[in-house]
Design a protein around this ligand. Structure first.
Ligand SMILES: [Zn+2]
Length: 374
């Protein structure tokens, strides 16, 4: 069986079944390890699955991996966690190191090949540490562009819609309007329930659950090393680490530390309500002595540059419109769904091979530098 057939799945249930089997493998090293499942949302049988164990002798450190915060991106995440369990746990000392791996933080989204939750919420805009900290003008930029970001009627003719969006968004690139669009993308918006990049009006069950888990790990271990698996951003067929500005190191320093080519730093001023910043804030305020490494690892699809950015925005907008309003023609519906999959879970062999290769690179470098692998 090829590596690709072995690691990449095509349904949420298939991926979850494989994940649950990791328990036996992990118990060979951590006999106390347990599998917990947490039901999320209204639909039956959507669960977050967690395999966890403390270290056997002393809780010096923990390796923490999460997947599927953005639903559909969980397919690649599940593959990487599978790879990690097979190839890396033998290089970890269970006496001093705990383990915590998480399958499908947004199970509904993963099952339905969507990025958002069943409440249309982008989970990575939903972790507001303190809701009074949301600036009042956060929705303003978005409202200015709302004719582009809110669904308005059935998809009638995909070629026309695409051309129109490209022209509108492309025109924006030339003037300040484009900055408004980019801000809306980064900051999210908290007003339009059917719009793209919606951060929600209340905390999602998944967000509450992850926050509790962050707290538990920070309180139990001296060092927490977290890798959160995502797809789409960054150069095609390469991994990019997205690191919070709470990490005091410069980009160049981080590149050298982890031997990685692609590092992006982001600030809470540009991206609102994301889980990594929440993690760092919680650490700084309540567990200042705990060492935390936490970053997103993205497997690039469309690539970088203005054209790729336009293609991404167009895909996100059309998929959202399709979800809420439908399409008149079946072939248009198919086109949008395929393009969405091209963005977050491509079928191409090249891409899938690159995920495995780049994941090994990131795991090797990060976990060695952080003292997890020996
Ligand atoms: Zn993501």
């Amino acid at each position: 069986m090829s590596e690709i057939n072995k690691y990449f799945t095509s349904s949420y249930e298939e991926s979850r079944t494989i994940f649950r089997k990791h328990l036996t493998t992990i118990q060979e090293k951590w006999p106390e390890a347990t599998l917990s499942t947490k039901s999320i949302g209204e639909e039956a049988d959507n669960t977050i699955d967690i395999i966890f164990s403390e270290a056997r002798t002393s809780n010096e450190q923990v390796v923490f991996m999460t997947s599927g915060e953005h639903g559909i991106e969980g397919y690649a995440g599940g593959s990487v966690i599978h790879l990690f369990v097979e190839e890396y746990i033998d290089k970890i000392d269970p006496e001093t190191t705990g383990i915590c791996i998480v399958h499908a933080l947004n199970p509904w989204g993963m099952r339905h090949y969507r990025r958002v939750t069943e409440n249309n919420v982008d989970l990575n805009r939903n972790y507001i540490y303190n809701s009074s900290a949301v600036p009042e003008d956060i929705n303003e930029n978005y409202a200015k562009e709302s004719d582009l970001f809110l669904p308005n009627g059935k998809l009638k003719d995909i070629n026309k819609e695409k051309t129109h969006l490209f022209a509108q968004l492309g025109k924006g690139i030339a003037d300040e309007g484009y900055q408004g669009i980019k801000k809306a993308k980064g900051m999210g918006q908290f007003e339009f329930e059917r719009g793209v990049y919606y951060g929600g009006k209340a905390e999602e069950e998944s967000a509450l659950y992850l926050k509790e888990l962050q707290r538990k790990l920070l309180s139990l271990f001296d060092r927490v090393i977290h890798m959160d698996w995502h797809t789409a951003l960054g150069p095609t067929n390469e991994v990019t680490a997205v690191i919070s500005e709470h990490d005091p190191r410069e980009e160049e320093e981080i590149k050298a530390d982890y031997q990685m080519n692609n590092i992006q730093k982001f600030s809470p001023k540009k991206v609102k309500g994301d889980s990594t910043n929440h993690f760092f804030k919680l650490k700084n305020e309540e567990y200042p002595d705990t060492h935390l490494f936490s970053a997103l690892f993205e497997f690039g699809t469309f690539g970088t540059g203005k054209r790729a950015e336009l293609r991404e925005l167009t895909t996100i907008v059309l998929e959202n419109q399709l979800y809420w309003e439908g399409a008149e023609k079946e072939k248009d519906r198919q086109w949008v769904l395929e393009e969405f999959q091209n963005m977050f879970y491509p079928e191409e062999t090249d891409w899938r091979e690159s995920v495995l290769k780049e994941a090994r690179l990131a795991i090797d470098n990060v976990l060695t530098k952080e003292g997890i692998l020996h």
